[in-house]
Design a protein around this ligand. Structure first.
Ligand SMILES: Nc1ncnc2c1ncn2[C@@H]1O[C@H](COP(=O)(O)OP(=O)(O)OP(=O)(O)O)[C@@H](O)[C@H]1O
Ligand SMILES: [Mg+2]
Length: 274
């Protein structure tokens, strides 16, 4: 049984989209910021990525290599200089994408409570306000019970704010979910708890998910496939299928298969640092 079947993702619901990047190039104007004398900073060059419907793929790579840029291109927030980025064969603007930004704090609406923030994508999708808020409240109760639904973001801790941002991204059935360092505000114990909730959620949802993380443990535990990026300009150094079975729990970190993947990834990342 392949990993995808093991997670029981049901792409037939039509709620997952294939993400395809073909020979993508992206550069930014240098504007004197970088010591390089070139006019532009080449961030991504010749990037090819194919994420199947309902698949969860983790992306790891050194700081500044272009991971967030990659997500921004998929979300349609940036346009590639060359190559194609498509979601189910369409331009990304025409497919709804849920995105937990690396700077998630700036994306929580300060005038809305936690529950109202989580309800936002449901309201935008046309749900009645009262229904959307009831769904959001119930979602927070089940998956983030430590967050008070009626609290405003400024009254929540960084970790609680991050939970609200994650809940807002996954409450809807957006065909694509992009998570940029989604657990980085959580302490290690809490992170494990939240990750466990996610593993459960991912086992029952049919959303194509890309998880960017610096935490190799998160990357391996949460994904079916891992992409290790090189330093800038990023290229895919290695693609690793995670051989762990589903359902997964934290105890999978003691599995020899886990350690093997971890060793490979750390070695590749060390190579990029030196
Ligand atoms: N809008 C922009 N304008 C100019 N340069 C940019 C822009 N966005 C990103 N960059 C540059 O592109 C490079 C890649 O940035 P990006 O944020 O994608 O890296 P990253 O891999 O997500 O890094 P980190 O792990 O630190 O989050 C960096 O050198 C950054 O300065
Ligand atoms: Mg980033």
């Amino acid at each position: 049984m392949n990993a995808k079947a093991q997670v029981k993702h049901d792409a037939s619901e039509g709620s997952a989209a294939r993400i395809l990047l073909k020979d993508v190039r992206k550069a930014f104007p240098n504007a004197g910021r970088d010591a390089e004398s070139a006019d532009e900073i080449l961030v991504l060059d010749g990037i090819n990525v194919d994420v199947d419907q309902g698949e969860v793929v983790a992306v790891v790579g050194p700081n500044g290599c272009g991971k967030t840029t990659l997500l921004n291109l998929i979300a349609g927030l940036l346009e590639a200089d060359a190559g194609d980025v498509t979601l189910d064969g369409k331009r990304s603007e025409s497919v709804s994408v849920a995105y937990v930004f690396q700077n998630f704090r700036e994306t929580l609406l300060p005038w809305r409570t936690a529950e109202e923030n989580v309800a936002l994508p449901l309201e935008l999708a046309g749900a009645r306000r009262v229904t959307a808020r009831a769904t959001a409240r119930e979602f927070l109760r089940r998956h983030a019970p430590e967050v008070s639904p009626r609290a405003f973001p400024y009254t929540l801790s960084g970790g609680q704010q991050q939970l609200v941002a994650i809940a807002r991204a996954i409450v809807s059935q957006a065909p694509v979910v992009l998570l940029d360092e989604p657990f980085n505000q959580l302490d290690s114990q809490y992170r494990c708890q939240v990750r466990a909730r996610f593993l459960d959620l991912w086992a029952s949802k049919a959303q194509t998910t890309i998880l960017v993380t610096h935490d190799v443990e998160d990357a391996i535990l949460c994904s079916q496939r891992l992409l290790v990026l090189s330093r800038r300009p990023a290229r895919v150094l290695r693609e690793i299928r995670v051989p762990l079975t589903w359902p997964r729990t934290d105890s999978a970190v003691h599995d020899e298969l886990f350690s093997e993947v971890e060793r490979t990834v750390l070695q590749l990342l060390r190579g990029e640092r030196s």
